[in-house]
Every structure is written in structure tokens, then in C-alpha cells.
Design a protein around this ligand. Sequence first.
Ligand code: NAX
Length: 335
Amino acid sequence: MATTITLTGAGGQIGYALLFRIAAGDMLGPDEPVRLRLLEIPQGLRAAEGAALELQDGAFELLEHVEVTDDPAVGFDGANLALLVGARPRGPGMERGDLLAANAGIFGPQGSAIAAHAASDVRVTVVGNPANTNALIAASAADGVPAERFSALTRLDENRARAQLALALDAPVASIRGVTIWGNHSATQFPDISRASVDGEPVAERLAQRVGDVRAWLEGTFIPRVARRGAEIIDVRGSSSVASAANATIDHVRDWTGGTDRRHGPDGWTSAGVVSHGEYGVPEGLVSSFPVRAIDGDWRIVEGWEPDAPARARMSASIAELAEERDAVRRLGVL
Ligand code: NAX
């Protein structure tokens, strides 16, 4: 049976980068047929229709069907996987509260439509920003769908962090394991290397040989570089991250559905924004990035670590931001 995948924002940039990789089998594997449902708003329909024509021209053998629609009831019908990429960007003069309100108006109704129309095994990945809080809003609106079926993308941050470590160590990226992103997908995120390894050795030891004062390098170079990489890409490329964001979405869903052990080993983990049950002091209900393993299609938070004081301080700052976003949304009467 083919997997039905709903992509919102299918007429946008990340949508365009994602669709062809999904159809080529990069996300679910070379033996898994897919059916795509492209959900847009009326202004984005023509672009999504154009992408659908190009999907035809790709003659992708795994692609069984493509539907383009601006009706969420049709868009989410039978979805096993939903990729919520379409979001309202911050316009000129828009305050953070306005941005949260505009996105609550998108992700609330989409959560309800998922509950009403998606398949009973639906898994939802939120990419559109502010991704963590949008995931919280969609999960809260999806009556009857467990909140654990919603996750927010922080894999791009993890991939960026891993790549920066590889550059700093002059080591292949494949040799770097165990980087963790904590908190919000925003500038307050905490990319944590305390458990990362290079060729099985602690990263910090090798870093000391390269950069000298590891803490100064982390605080002054690595963490800001990773946290502000999105802005750096906009500055250099003249447009926000697209192909790398699509690639991270592929990585995230592939691990979630196929299990983290396939690529990270039985003891390995990745990072994703998932609903907290109070782990690591994150208030229950917030969608925060944690170290996670995917087992049998469920994210499980890796527990039992004891972050040091500087790590705790960074985690707290990002969690405080998530709590503020949640409170702002509550004041709108959305949650
Ligand atoms: P684009 O502006 O190119 O595309 C967004 C598309 O979404 C548009 O075609 C628009 O018509 C559509 N859309 C808007 N509201 C919709 C709705 N209610 N239903 C269906 N479609 C809707 O943006 P793009 O560059 O593709 O980025 C998409 C989102 O990803 C943005 O919110 C962006 O901030 C976010 N990102 C998240 C990342 C992450 O790591 N979590 C990284 C990349 C990216 O910044």
C-alpha cells in the first residue's frame, strides 16, 4: 500500500525542493510507493499545480498519484504523513505576537482538519515557523490524535552543527555523531556537543587540539554560528535556506518512520521538537527539541543525562522563550 503524504506550502520554495526527493524515494526508501496531496492557499495553487506537472514529467515510478487542492479536508484526506511547511512569514512591521496570531490561524484549523480527515496512524512534521509553537497549536487542535504524533523540525540545526564540527576538526561529517539540539528552533536554541564524538572519541578532546580553549570557541564561534546560520544563508544567498531545509525534513521523517537505529546505531539519537512530559525540567506540554530515538514509529526522549550548569542556563533560556510563545498564544485564546 502506498503511503499518503500531505505537503502544505507545496507551491513554495521548500515544497519545490522536497517534492522531487520524496517522489524519488529519498524519504521512505526505494521500495515505498507514495501518493502526494499538495495543499496550498488560493494564491499558491498555480505554483503547486506547476510543481505537479513537473512531477509528471519526472516519470517517478514510486509516485502513484498527485492531488492539488486548497481545501484542507481534501488535502489531509487519508494522510499517513503530513508535512506542514506552509506558514505566514513575518512581514514588515509585524510584531512577534502578530506572527504567532497569523500562524495560529493556520495551524489550529490544520490540526482540526488532520484530526477529522487524516489516517489513524498520521504523523505530522511541522517545518513552518515558529515551528515548535506551530506544532503545539496544531497538536492542541487535533482532538483524538496523540500529541506525540506531532513533531517540529530541528534537524536542520543538528545537521548544521554537525557540519560545523566536521569543518573545525577537518574530519568527514560521517565521523561526527551525537550532536544534540535543545529548545526552540530559533536563535536561543542550544547546540550541545557534550556527548558528541568523532570516530568514537569525545569531540571536546579533539577540539582542544584544534581550537585551544574549547569553551571560548563554543560560546564565541560555534553556538552563534549554528544559531544564526539561517541569517547567514539569507545574507550570502539572498534567500532563506531551502534545499538544506528540505534535506533535513527528509532526514527527520526517514528516521521517524524507519527508526534511528538504521542510521545512528542502537545507542544513537537525533534531535526533534517533541512534546515534553516534564523531561529535563521542560514544562509539560511545550514542544521542545530534545535528544530522541525513533522506535517503531514513535519518538522517545533520551533521558538520564545530567547537563552541566552552562548547558542548563542555555536550555533554560530557550525553554523560557517557548513558554513565552505558548503564553502569547494562550492570550489569543487559541490554546
Ligand atoms: P515560501 O514562502 O517559499 O512558501 C510558503 C508556501 O506556503 C507559500 O506557497 C504559501 O502560499 C504557502 N502557504 C501559506 N499559508 C498556507 C496555508 N494555510 N496552507 C497551505 N499553504 C500555505 O516559504 P519557504 O521558503 O518554503 O519556507 C516555508 C517555511 O519553512 C517558513 O515558515 C520558514 O520560516 C520555515 N523554515 C523552517 C525551517 C526549520 O528548520 N524548521 C528552516 C527553513 C525555513 O526557514
